[in-house]
Structures are given as C-alpha cells and as structure tokens.
Ligand binder design. Structure first.
Ligand code: HEM
Length: 230
C-alpha cells in the first residue's frame, strides 16, 4: 500500500464511517448537544460580521462544489462560453475571499474577547484551523491552477463517485500538486472532526421545511377575545 492509497482511500472511508457512526450515536444518546452553543450573549458585533460573511460565502461555495459533482456535463456546457466561465470563476473567488474575511473575524473574536476565550474549547481551535486550511488552499487553487470549475469534472467528479460507489480510484489524485491534495485531504479531516465538534450543528439545517406540506394556522379564540388582546 502506498501513501496515496492511505490518504485518499483508507483514510476517507474511515473518516466517513466515523462521521456517520458517531453523529448517529451522539444524536441518539445526547440529542441536546447537537448545536453550536451560541456565544452571542458574550459578544455580538464581531460575531455578526464574521458569522454572516463566513456562512453565506461557504454555503454558496460548497453548493457550487456539489453542483460540479452532481452535474459535470451541465457545468462543462456552462463553461464552454468564456464569459460564463469567467463569471463563475470570479464569483467563486469573490465568495472565497468573503468567507476568508468572515473566518478571520471569527478567529480574531475568539482570540481578542476575554469572555469568549473562556468558553472556547481546544476543539473550537481545531475546527477554525481546519476551516482556514480549506478556504486558503481553495483560494490558492483557484488562483494558481485555473480553471478549477472545469478540471474538477475530469478529476474530482470521477474520484468522488469512485469513493461513493466503493470502487476507489485514488490514482486520479496522484499526479496533482500538493496544495490540491491537501485541499481534498483536509475535507476528510473536517469529516473526522465533524461529530466531535460544533460542526455537528450542520445537521440541524431545517431542510424538512422545504418538503413538508404547508400548514394552515387557525385562530382558535372567539372574535371578542381577540379584540380584547389587540
Ligand atoms: C473533496 C472535497 C473537495 C474538493 C474535491 C474541492 C475542490 C475544489 C476545487 C477544484 C476548487 C477550485 C475551484 C476553482 O478554481 O474555480 C476549490 C475551491 C475552493 N474550495 Fe474546495 N473542494 C473540496 C472541499 C472543500 C471544503 C470542505 C471547503 C470549505 C470548508 C472548500 C472550500 C473551497 C474554497 C473557499 C474555494 C475557493 C473558491 C472557489 O474558487 O470556489 N472546499 N475546491
């Protein structure tokens, strides 16, 4: 077994298994710990600017990653016209810098606010460091190895599909520059940290609202009572 197989086959499967098993175990045994434990009462200004920028930026970027994985042909079609390719790449880059700025504010907040520092755990530090590595290497790739949105479909779509279909093809990543491989490996490190950290709050995303039938809210009080309350 070589390093490439260890880092991009064995480790990913262990990371996925650990993330699934521990997340399920944690949500069954300690459901009320599935949260990100807000520290808004301790400091709210830096939290607002940092958290909003980071979350909006990263959620859109990760959705773009997902689209590249799910619809490679559609992405290649979009990129076949240069202006559309530039638009997509420029948007990705701008969102990346936006989330980096947000992340920097969140790190600064944890370091500079004494009250927030007291409630900061070592795992919070690990998560922030891993996120910084993902965002910085992502931006590095976008700047140094253009145009990722196109070559993603030739390298990462088949690699990730091979992982999910249990027919791993780590050789696809072997010739890539180290910064690109670090970007991918760091994703699996984030998966390992996921169930042990505040990252687990991601599963509380209220996606059920998108699927459940709409509700009719019926006022149960008598008309006279309502007037008395208004
Ligand atoms: C297996 C997982 C991942 C793969 C294969 C992957 C792949 C890529 C590629 C190819 C690019 C370059 C895009 C371009 O040049 O247009 C990129 C950029 C980026 N990635 Fe990832 N990525 C992964 C996971 C992540 C994760 C977990 C994060 C953050 C938590 C992240 C954040 C970013 C950012 C901020 C950029 C720069 C903005 C952009 O150009 O889109 N990536 N990624």
């Amino acid at each position: 077994m070589n390093w490439n197989t260890l880092l991009f086959v064995i480790f990913p499967y262990l990371a996925i298994l650990l993330a699934l098993v521990v997340t399920v175990y944690r949500s069954l045994t300690r459901p009320f710990t599935i949260s990100s434990l807000s520290s808004q009462l301790l400091e709210r200004r830096k939290l607002y600017w940092g958290s909003i920028s980071f979350h909006y930026g990263i959620v859109i970027i990760l959705s773009m990653h997902l689209l590249a994985l799910l619809f490679p042909r559609g992405l290649l079609w979009w990129n076949s016209v240069p202006i559309r390719l530039y638009l997509l790449e420029f948007s990705g880059l701008a969102l990346g810098f936006w989330s980096l700025a947000g992340l920097a504010v969140l790190v600064w907040r944890r370091l500079s606010e004494a009250r927030v520092r007291v409630v900061t755990t070592p795992m919070d530090g690990v998560v922030l460091a891993l996120l910084l590595v993902s965002v910085i290497t992502g931006l590095w790739m976008a700047l140094a190895y253009r145009f990722g949105s196109t070559w993603f479909t030739a390298v990462f779509t088949p690699y990730l599909v091979s992982i999910f279909t249990l027919q791993p093809r780590a050789e696809l990543l072997a010739p890539l520059p180290w910064v690109i491989r670090l970007h991918v490996f760091n994703f699996f490190l984030l998966l390992v940290a996921f169930p042990f950290s505040r990252l687990v709050h991601i599963i509380t995303l209220p996606l059920g609202y998108l699927l459940r039938p709409w509700q009719i809210v019926i006022w149960a009080r008598r008309r006279d009572d309502r007037r008395a309350y208004s």
